[in-house]
Write a protein that binds this ligand. Structure first.
Ligand SMILES: Nc1ncnc2c1ncn2[C@@H]1O[C@H](COP(=O)(O)OP(=O)(O)OP(=O)(O)O)[C@@H](O)[C@H]1O
Ligand SMILES: Nc1nc2c(ncn2[C@@H]2O[C@H](COP(=O)(O)O)[C@@H](O)[C@H]2O)c(=O)[nH]1
Length: 233
């Protein structure tokens, strides 16, 4: 490519001078990755698989007023709170974000986010579509991934086979899908978690994270809490 000597190019106007070594060793910022999608899409299964594969990331444990399912561990899957304790937390401004999701409170404790950002690792949050909309305002530089199954039948079958929901809870979750789907285009990526192809969806998420780390102009991960805790306002 020939360029006139002294002529301004896109590179000379926009790129600060670097050495090859400097550019090659450029530190990458931790990412904030928000995983959302309909109930039963497989968000928790994907995150669990990524933990099994020892992918280095910090998972933000959110809080809920719903009772634990068999096998769920307090402080690992959720912080399980009574409804009263959750409502007291709302009044005290303890949550960065909270919503009523399928009839139960769900929310992100501020201290969890502060710990996550202090970890220096990529941070993964899993929230419903309402939560993703709130986080888009609070953390616009986060990477937003919408996870879906490949069909409604797949979703119904998965929610039934999980065996954790009452028929009413399954109906409520399925009723929400249409509304949730309306928001797909607000996400940066759509990942399809096909039946029996969980590892393909995991590979997609890892590819997204890898590519985001290779950005020439990275999304800057926040180092500070999103807003001061209410007590110091
Ligand atoms: N690729 C897959 N193939 C077959 N079954 C799957 C796949 N992914 C997830 N499942 C199963 O589907 C059910 C729902 O998955 P999971 O609980 O991970 O969904 P979720 O999106 O986290 O749901 P929720 O929003 O309700 O918490 C689980 O029983 C899980 O084992
Ligand atoms: N808005 C928020 N949604 C959250 C949070 N933590 C989890 N979730 C989402 O709730 C639904 C239902 O979860 P389940 O465990 O009861 O099946 C699912 O979409 C989760 O991702 C949160 O802090 N805020």
């Amino acid at each position: 490519m020939s360029k006139r000597k002294g002529a301004e190019t896109m590179e000379t106007v926009f790129s600060p001078a670097v050495t090859l070594e400097g550019l090659a060793q450029r530190p990458t910022q931790p990412l904030v990755v928000v995983i959302s999608g309909p109930s039963g899409a497989g968000k928790d299964s994907l995150i669990r698989r990524m933990k099994e594969l020892q992918v280095p990331f910090h998972f933000v444990v959110t809080a809920t007023s719903r009772p634990p399912r068999p096998g769920e561990v307090d402080g690992v899957d959720y912080h399980f709170l009574s409804r009263e304790r959750f409502e007291a937390g709302i009044r005290a401004g303890e949550f960065l974000e909270y919503a009523v999701v399928y009839g139960d409170y769900k929310g992100i404790p501020r201290w969890e986010i502060e710990n996550a950002l202090a970890s220096g690792k990529d941070v993964i949050l899993r929230v419903d579509v309402q939560g993703a909309a709130t986080l888009r305002r609070l953390i616009p530089e986060a990477v937003f991934i919408f996870v879906i199954p490949s069909s409604r039948e797949e979703l119904i079958e998965r929610l039934r086979a999980r065996g954790t929901e009452s028929p009413e809870s399954i109906a409520r979750r399925l009723q929400a899908v249409e509304e949730e789907l309306k928001h797909w285009a607000e996400f940066d990526y759509v990942v399809v978690n096909r039946n029996q192809h969980l590892d393909e969806a995991v590979a997609d998420i890892l590819a997204i994270i890898r590519a985001e780390h290779r950005r020439a102009h990275p999304r800057a991960a926040r180092r500070e809490p999103m807003s001061p805790p209410p007590s110091s306002r």
